[in-house]
Design a protein around this ligand. Structure first.
Ligand SMILES: N[C@@H](CCC(=O)N[C@@H](CS)C(=O)NCC(=O)O)C(=O)O
Length: 208
């Protein structure tokens, strides 16, 4: 039996954060694929037995079910002594970027990509709003990465794995990062890590 079971699906950037971490750690894990677009996370069964918040990812480890990608990443970094902060200040800095990611990057990019890339909607007031929000966040990220290879302590940490997730789906929503050269360089640094794989190579897509 695998050490870890991850509930997720290919299109899920939040699940990718955890799948990527497991892969970079080189641990044994299996995927419990969620039928997301058929409403599995919204079912009573899922909410009662898997995650009351009705979200992916969920990690089952050490007899415990964990949710919220940031919390799961933090648990894995602590447990394996890799990709975490080495001092209290570094740990705080990592959390600062994970929280920023959840609020300003993944939520906005994820929403935009869902509407444009998955639902194939035409641009509208909502997509324009989301794009303006995520563009601002990308500018913040691009500036922070000036002269830095990674977000915290200039080495790969779970902050990077959280922030990068939806950006690896950029071709689905037409983002080239032309205006964000530091982000392009940083994404290549992540791709160069031993064990890196694209989201769809780690988890099959859920049917639309
Ligand atoms: N803050 C959460 C966000 C998780 C999340 O929103 N996951 C999406 C899939 S990528 C989801 O399950 N959404 C359920 C819904 O919107 O009904 C995390 O980081 O784990």
């Amino acid at each position: 039996m695998s050490e870890y079971k991850l509930y997720g699906f290919g299109q899920s950037g939040h699940s990718y954060k955890v799948a990527l971490m497991l892969e970079l750690l080189g641990v044994d894990w299996t995927l419990e694929k969620i039928d997301f677009f058929k409403g599995e996370t919204r079912s009573d069964e899922y909410r009662s037995n898997v995650n009351e918040m009705g979200e992916a990812p969920v990690l089952v480890a050490d007899g415990e079910k964990m949710t919220q990608s940031g919390v799961i990443l933090d648990y894995l970094a602590d447990k394996h002594g890799k990709f975490g902060g080495q001092t209290a200040a570094e740990k705080r800095e990592i959390w600062r970027w994970i929280l920023y990611d959840n609020h300003k990057v993944s939520s906005q990019v994820g929403g935009y990509r869902f509407m444009i890339g998955i639902k194939k909607m035409a641009e509208n007031d909502v997509t324009k709003f989301l794009k303006s929000k995520y563009s601002d966040a990308l500018s913040v990220m691009n500036k922070h990465l000036d002269g830095q290879d990674f977000f915290v302590a200039n080495r790969p940490t779970i902050a990077d794995f959280s922030l990068c997730s939806y950006l690896f789906f950029a071709d689905e929503f037409g983002e080239t990062f032309e205006d964000y050269p530091n982000i392009q360089r940083w994404l290549n640094n992540i791709k160069a890590l031993k064990g890196w794989q694209h989201p769809y190579d780690l988890m099959p897509k859920a049917e639309l």
